[in-house]
Design a protein around this ligand. Structure first.
Ligand code: ATP
Ligand code: MG
Length: 334
């Protein structure tokens, strides 16, 4: 079975967009692949974070993923910073990366353009990402357009290392997700809904109170045409609500349009709010059962043990090949 590895950025509390476009996809992967899912908390500190918020979000997001259907019996869940080999391998790979290739990373250019104090971590984080992938000989890495270049770097570093020191790393491939529904911002429906958005009215968080969710949907920006049909270009607000309704009801857009073609916007929005609240309430009930239980720690402890063993083996193989430390110094850590 192919090994798929993916990270879940704790950059904000999860939204309906993350649920529809991200979590549901992962849930499919857990049946088809050996799935490794980690929280890349070391990556999050490439930009400024509030320490207590970060810690809280890591736990909350793990609980939300489990409440949404990620099954810890079918996948391995772990936290990057708890496994010391990620950063160690990253350093060795950094010493095999070139300034030229790193300077071509478009994400860095975009992310650093508007910032005053750009951390060195933001520049080198694609190398840490390569370490995250190569430590586990991942076969496939789910990759959006923005991360494609980084998977390419991981491939190049693996090939470079293998040709210098002999076969060590598996060469990973990007796994391009099926094109799923993209959920839009409720206030500016031409933009996508993002968990790091600053306008709370524009996004539905999975932990929002039902009444808050209703209000946000009822005040979603639409148009003045008062006809319900799907046209993303001219009616982005209504089309977004149709998408949300169809995905959560598991019916086609045409079926939804048929159901509401004679309704006014108020009735339609209320129906959308009803289904969103129903789904999110189910999810929140499961979340409340586990957030304060030992279950999350048990799952993460188990994930740590399993991944630490794999990572340690790979790291010491690398260390030996590069000539670091004494021969057989792995015994110090056994
Ligand atoms: P950020 O603002 O921090 O980038 P985000 O909400 O865009 O947060 P990501 O961490 O970038 O979320 O992505 C997590 C997963 O959620 C990915 O699989 C991504 O494709 C999916 N996703 C994010 N936003 C949406 C959306 N609006 N509609 C559908 N899927 C989405
Ligand atoms: Mg994003």
């Amino acid at each position: 079975m192919k090994r798929v590895l993916t990270g879940l950025q704790p950059s904000g509390e999860l939204t309906l967009g993350n649920y529809i476009g991200g979590i549901r996809q992962l849930i499919k992967y857990q049946d088809d692949y050996e799935l490794f899912v980690f929280v890349p908390d070391l990556h999050s500190i490439t930009v400024e974070q509030d320490p207590s918020l970060l810690k809280e979000r890591i736990r909350k997001n793990i609980a939300l993923y489990i409440a949404s259907g990620l099954n810890p019996k079918k996948c391995t869940l772990y936290i990057q910073s708890e496994n010391l080999y990620h950063a160690n391998l990253s350093w060795i790979l950094e010493c095999h990366s070139y300034m030229g290739e790193m300077s071509r990373m478009t994400q860095f250019k975009e992310k650093s353009a508007s910032k005053k104090n750009v951390s060195c971590g933001l520049f080198t984080y694609p190398i840490l990402m390569a370490a995250d992938i190569l430590l586990y000989d991942a076969d496939l890495v789910p990759t959006g357009a923005d991360q494609k270049q980084h998977v390419e770097l991981a491939r190049n570093l693996a090939e470079r290392f293998n040709s210098k020191y002999g076969e060590t790393f598996n060469i990973p491939e990007p796994l391009i997700p099926e094109i799923g529904a993209r959920i839009k911002d409720l206030q500016e429906p031409t933009k996508k809904m993002s968990k790091s958005s600053t306008n709370e009215k524009a996004i539905i968080r999975l932990l929002d109170e039902p009444e808050v969710i209703r209000k946000k949907i009822m005040s979603a920006v639409t148009d003045s045409d008062n006809k319900i049909y799907f046209d993303e270009e001219n009616k982005p607000g209504i089309s977004n609500l149709l998408t949300i309704y169809s995905v959560l009801k598991d019916i086609s857009i045409e079926e939804s349009v048929n159901l509401f073609k004679d309704s006014n916007y108020g009735t339609f929005k209320k129906a959308v709010a009803d289904i969103v609240v129903e789904k999110i309430t189910n999810l929140q009930n499961k979340y409340n059962e586990i957030i304060n239980s030992n279950l999350i720690d048990e799952i993460l402890d188990e994930g740590y043990k399993k991944t630490n063993e794999i990572a340690k083996k790979k790291y010491y193989e690398v260390k030996e090949k590069v000539g670091l430390g004494r021969t057989d110094n792995i015994r110090l850590y056994q």
